[in-house]
Design a protein around this ligand. Structure first.
Ligand SMILES: [Zn+2]
Ligand SMILES: [Zn+2]
Length: 358
């Protein structure tokens, strides 16, 4: 086991919208300073999610802790476990730091496996310091074991992006052979949703645009591609989606794209008893559902937040078996500020994963 240094590198901002500092002498919590239940993780890779950018900008109704070390797609190894911690984890185990850092495990939400809505939930890189650092403190009971053999840079984006779309598919009320539309299929969340959906035997209709996206999605086994630019007339996209899904529309639609229009289209092309799953978080967007048709077609509209501990284990297992592989670009941890700039300009393709050690 490597020595635990007194100080290491962390990327920090002191207040929302303030400068992002690469702090090379950030204090590392020492093993004897860990509280019961806490674990020190040597973070090797961490993905960058849009939520991290929202945290920095203070976009959400409840602001993050400040100063903040963001990040919630951390993959690394356990280097110390707080005295008095009950856990099956051991030093050296590969573990993932996900968005949900902790929850009480005792409330109704937690007992039902809906840990994300626990009133005592803590979040990595938001209410607690996260994974944009070399040594992070996290909670044993919410760390996700990473299967040995799965490269940590591949595991990292599964811990938020992967789990999120995997959970959305679980909420879609579908069974193998059903049609599912993935809107925004070529994007950061969408390309993972397509792979999970294909892996569990759904017939995937990818909505996106361009020959490159079409080719990428076909390589994942997506049966059908609908180019929204080729069907841009009044109601044309809706008709095309219905047509490719047996003339009656898909059983479910998972909306990962940023635009609000995709939600309203889905309510029109879903077949009776179809399910709309909202995953993307476009700002100031409302789903406008016609009550008559929602009742008459017995539609379901479901919001899907992040997965629970079991969802995270399952999502990683697909990746470990080679069924799901995120598109990643690896960069040094110190690049975070530049990554945010590129995200804001929409210049990021795939998922950026930061390497925490040289
Ligand atoms: Zn995230
Ligand atoms: Zn709880």
């Amino acid at each position: 086991m490597s020595q635990i240094p007194e100080a290491a590198t962390a990327v920090v901002f002191d207040k929302c919208n303030g400068p992002i500092r690469v702090d090379k002498s950030h204090k590392v919590v020492q093993p004897n300073e860990l509280a019961p239940g806490e674990v020190l993780v040597r973070v090797e890779y961490t993905g960058v999610c849009h939520t991290d950018l929202h945290a920095h900008k203070g976009d959400w109704p409840v602001p993050p802790k400040q100063p903040l070390v963001g990040g919630h797609e951390g993959a690394g190894r356990v280097v110390a476990i707080g005295n008095g911690t009950t856990t099956t984890l051991k030093e050296g185990d590969a573990v993932g730091i996900k968005w949900l850092a902790d929850s009480c495990l005792n409330c109704e939400n937690c007992r039902e496996g809906q840990e994300a809505t626990c009133p005592l939930a803590e979040t990595s890189g938001y209410s607690k310091d996260g994974s944009f650092q070399q040594y992070a403190v996290s909670f044993a009971r919410h760390l996700t074991p990473i299967p040995e053999g799965l490269p940590l840079e591949i595991a990292a984006p599964i811990l938020c992006a992967g789990v999120t779309v995997y959970k959305a598919i679980k909420q879609s009320n579908t069974k193998p052979g059903d049609f599912v539309v993935i809107s925004g299929a070529g994007g950061g969340l969408g390309h993972l949703a397509v792979q999970y959906a294909t892996a569990i035997g759904l017939r995937v209709v990818g909505i996106d645009t361009g020959a490159d996206k079409k080719k990428l999605l076909a390589s994942y086994g997506a049966d059908i591609f609908v180019d929204f630019k080729e069907h841009s007339g009044d109601g044309a996209l809706i008709e095309e989606v219905k047509r490719v899904c047996g003339g009656v529309g898909p059983h479910a639609a998972i909306i990962t794209s940023a635009g609000g229009a995709a939600y309203n289209d889905a309510l029109e092309y879903l077949r009776p008893h179809g399910t709309l799953v909202a995953v993307g978080l476009p700002p100031d967007t409302y789903i406008k559902a016609n009550v008559f048709f929602t009742v008459f077609k017995a539609l379901r509209i479901v919001g899907s937040y992040v997965g629970n501990r079991q969802d995270a284990v399952e999502a990683l297992d697909f990746a470990a078996r080679g069924l799901v592989k995120p598109m990643i670009v690896v960069e040094p941890l110190a690049n975070l500020a530049s990554v945010y700039e590129r995200m804001e300009k929409g210049q990021v393709a795939g998922r950026i994963v930061l390497k925490c050690f040289d």
